[in-house]
Design a protein around this ligand. Structure first.
Ligand SMILES: *Cc1c(COP(=O)(O)O)cnc(C)c1O
Length: 365
């Protein structure tokens, strides 16, 4: 793809691929429900657009992290069913009710506050209740779950949308914690009032039927990250990051490129300068490590990543591929988000959520 239009990197978001990923996860769930995690601006891809697109595919629940994210999403989508994984801040219960934002209740204090809100409003209020099964992060710890089992009146006025818990190690199918958490969860459910159960994140879906329960909460797989790291990626790429060639220059043998002179040419070479930088989420650690693809040919990143520029070695590429304005593929079908993450020593989640606000986000499909 060649264009003179863009002077800086663009992020293309393929909504058809997103919806295909959603359908694939529904298939893996044998028709049971798949909810979407759209926290952190839908993993950097745009919460409003992603939520709208998944609603059109039949997705019925959307989880953000904080209350502020929920309020922002509500402003964009008056009808979206929104839940907050972090609950609602104390004192914001009435606002949550008015905005139709459903909390995940993570402790007895939040549960009490929500029960009191139900009393004030004189009607049942929906909520999720998070039961900790071994993550030791959010969720009711064992003694509080025991209290709930002993006194179901603690839930009066609350309509449980689902009991939820969260896997610590679902991306490692051999980890013993998976079955431990599953068994603890199943045991709790037997003793609590009946409601749908939700345990699996993206990777949890792929642990198999015994781990799926009624509702999965998928994030990364929807956005194209491999939920089964030890196996080929069943998901389609959703985000494609491209950066325009701003300039191509010759560098003489013995001369260096960029800050810190961290790459030196041993023979005469050619450098393409791309409109992309760490301010866009292209990690600085990718200096002298990353790769891009230009016209189907791989070119290594050389020198340090600057705030707004990346330099790549195009000595081996035909000049015809290198017209200024040509877009280099930085991430997408040619170089997967998981490859970029592994080059950067991190995970795809961090790469996607780190994509900068400056990137022009274009939606297709
Ligand atoms: C982020 C999150 C998810 C989604 O996880 P993925 O691994 O991205 O599928 C599900 N549940 C909870 C509680 C989360 O925080």
């Amino acid at each position: 793809m060649t264009t003179q239009m863009f002077r800086h990197a663009v992020l293309d978001i393929n909504l058809a691929a997103l919806r295909a990923n959603y359908r694939l996860l529904c298939d893996r769930m044998d028709g049971k429900e798949v909810a979407a995690a759209v926290k952190a601006n839908a993993y950097g891809l745009g919460a409003v657009e992603i939520t709208r697109s998944l609603m059109s595919e039949g997705c019925k629940r959307f989880f953000v992290a904080g209350f502020g994210e929920a309020v922002a999403l509500r402003a964009g989508l008056p009808d979206a069913p929104i839940a907050t994984l972090h609950g609602v801040p104390a004192g914001a219960e009435d606002e949550a009710v008015r905005l139709g934002i459903t909390p995940v209740l993570n402790d007895l204090g939040a549960l009490t506050a929500w029960r009191q809100a139900a009393q004030r409003f004189g009607r049942f209020l929906p909520a999720y209740v998070h039961l900790d099964t071994g993550m030791n992060r959010l969720g009711l710890p064992a003694p509080d779950i025991a209290a709930l089992i002993a006194d179901p009146a603690l839930l009066s006025g609350i309509s449980i949308r689902a009991w939820i818990s969260h896997f610590a190690c679902a991306d490692d199918p051999s980890h013993p914690l998976n079955t431990q958490q599953r068994d603890r969860f199943a045991d709790m459910l037997k003793r609590l009032p009946p409601a749908p159960a939700s345990l699996a994140n993206s990777s949890g879906i792929f642990l198999g039927r015994g781990f799926q329960f009624d509702i999965a909460r998928a994030g990364c797989a929807l956005y194209g990250i491999n939920p089964t790291p030890a196996q080929p990626n069943p998901m389609q790429a959703v985000a494609t990051l491209r950066a325009p060639i701003l300039e191509v220059r010759r560098v003489d043998s013995g001369h260096s490129v960029g800050y810190g002179a961290s790459h030196r040419f041993a023979t005469d070479g050619r450098v393409a300068v791309l409109g992309l930088g760490y301010a866009d989420g292209y990690r600085r650690i990718l200096g002298n490590k990353g790769w891009v693809v230009i016209g189907g040919m791989a070119a290594p990143v050389i020198g340090r990543i600057s705030m707004d520029l990346v330099t790549v070695d195009v000595t081996a590429l035909p000049k015809a591929l290198l017209a200024p304005g040509t877009l280099a593929d930085v991430m997408g079908p040619h170089r997967t988000v998981d490859q970029v993450a592994s080059e950067a020593g991190t995970i795809g989640y961090e790469i996607l959520t780190g994509l900068g606000a400056r990137l022009v986000r274009r939606y297709q499909g």
